[in-house]
Design a protein around this ligand. Structure first.
Ligand code: ARG
Length: 467
């Protein structure tokens, strides 16, 4: 296309012409993903237009036309009637160009005292705050599901593992509440990220500020921003809040991935600790006996792409000179994808946790058929005055004998214990899985009364979070 043709066509629409004589190629266009910013873009434009009117920068008649036109555009988009044009590159030019079609010349006044640089930063901050709220709510929902399940399993014994080896008995509720803590930190991180995003760049212009008597505080107030940015150059080039979002999302995915991994091994025939509901598993196309833990595996798998978005953005920003550079347009796909991924993963985990069946007998058996009471037996000697290291050796010898005889501690007679140490007496025969968990009666320990207390506090935290 010649520049002349181009010029003729674009003369009818200054917003389109402002893009320059060369049509944007698919390479530079971002409309196929940044159309997701339409609501924020229109809301911010309305606030900006009204401010221009209040400050006498634009006539109030024109402001009314602009606001009316923007509202119509929002309706068109919501009704699926809006025609997106990739040659107009991004959401900002698509909206502005359509505004011109709808209201004519007055549309050209909207971009007074504004640049796409402060505009996109404002839109993205608004969008990120909403995403943080949704991720926060999804994390709290998962916390609720964990608490609900934990409450039913305050007395269900399961082996606690270190190095994937049965270590000490715990109650299942304690294990589940460990995840409650992880998602609590995640929810907090999303709330903190919302605060980081809660600074309004609009009014920074392209990067130096604008030569009009604008009222930034008024616009910030309209858009529910708590603060305005202090430095225009930083404001248009800062994407830290997105890095923070991706960090919060990455850690959430790390926690979800660990939870998923446990769901996967616990539901295997080898463990048989839980059964995932049919809704969260699927059949194999060839092996009829199978129910595959697809949701858990996909959550674990999707963790990689969220980490990728974090790494991608960190790398994108690392060498950028001040101020805005087009590289920054690469911030949004990762943000949108990570937000979708983390929220749907959290929601899937809620379904998985709420729908699974626990096989408490199998868990107890796994604890019984093991040496998870070894520490307690050693502690028994410690209570009799034996230094822990000596007690450790005595019990280690005992367990080796048991292993070679193919028996467990529960099959030993008192006399067997006494061969290992003369300080053993009747009391050692009373050490059981239940006494072992009850003995860990310290704050943060697995004793059922402590876990009950932890669940009570957790419920309060959830209530405080507004759910
Ligand atoms: N689509 C652009 C982005 O997302 C908007 C800002 C464009 N600014 C510019 N000077 N080309 O970053």
């Amino acid at each position: 296309m010649t520049s002349q043709n181009n010029g003729n066509k674009e003369n009818n629409n200054p917003a389109a012409a402002a893009r320059g004589s060369k049509l944007a190629s698919d390479f530079t266009a971002s409309i196929h993903y940044d159309s997701r910013l339409y609501r924020e873009d229109i809301t911010a434009s309305i606030a900006h237009a009204r401010m221009l009117g209040r400050q006498g920068i634009v006539e109030s008649d024109d402001v009314e036309k602009i606001v009316g036109g923007l509202n119509s555009i929002a309706t068109e988009i919501e009704n699926g009637e809006f025609e997106w044009k990739s040659e107009l590159e991004d959401i900002h030019m698509n909206v502005e160009s359509r505004l011109y079609e709808l209201i004519g010349e007055a549309a050209g006044r909207l971009h007074t005292a504004r640049s796409r640089n402060d505009q996109v930063a404002t839109d993205t901050r608004l969008w990120t705050q909403v995403a943080c709220g949704r991720a926060f709510d999804a994390a709290v929902s998962l916390q609720s599901a964990l608490v609900e399940l934990a409450e039913k399993h305050i007395d269900t014994i399961v082996p606690g593992y270190t190095h994937m080896q049965r270590g000490q008995p715990v109650v299942l509720a304690h294990h589940l509440m460990a995840y409650f803590e992880m998602f609590d930190r995640d929810a907090t991180r999303f709330a903190q990220t919302a605060e980081s995003a809660d600074v309004m760049p609009l009014g920074s212009g392209a990067m130096a500020g604008v030569p009009y008597p604008i009222d930034r505080e008024w616009v910030a107030d309209q858009l529910d921003f708590s603060e305005i940015s202090r430095n225009s150059m930083d404001a248009v080039s800062d994407r830290d809040f997105i890095v923070e979002f991706l960090t919060a999302a990455s850690l959430t995915m790390a926690h979800l991935s660990r939870l998923s991994e446990e769901m996967i091994i616990w539901s295997s025939d080898e463990f048989g600790f839980i059964k995932l509901s049919d809704e969260y598993t699927s059949g194999s196309s060839i092996m009829p006996q199978k129910r595959n833990p697809d949701f858990a595996e996909l959550i674990r798998g999707k963790t990689g792409r969220v980490y990728g978005s974090l790494m991608g953005l960190l790398t994108t920003i690392k060498g950028l000179p001040l101020t805005y550079n087009r590289d920054l347009q690469e911030d949004k796909e990762g943000l949108f994808d990570a937000s979708d991924t983390v929220i749907t993963s959290l929601e899937s985990a809620v379904g998985m946790i709420s729908g699974m069946t626990v096989n408490g007998d199998r868990m107890r058996q796994a604890a019984e058929n093991s040496f998870v009471l070894a520490t307690d037996i050693a502690d028994y000697l410690v209570a009799k005055g034996v230094p822990f290291r000596e007690a450790y050796i005595a019990v280690s010898d005992l367990s080796k004998q048991c292993i070679s005889n193919g028996i467990g501690f529960s099959e030993l007679e008192l006399s067997d214990f006494q061969k290992a140490s003369s300080l053993f007496d009747e009391g050692v025969m009373k050490i059981t899985l239940d006494s072992a968990v009850a003995a860990r009666d310290v704050p943060g320990g697995t004793a059922p009364n402590r876990v009950r207390e932890a669940i009570k506090e957790a419920k309060q935290l959830i209530a405080d979070a507004g759910q």
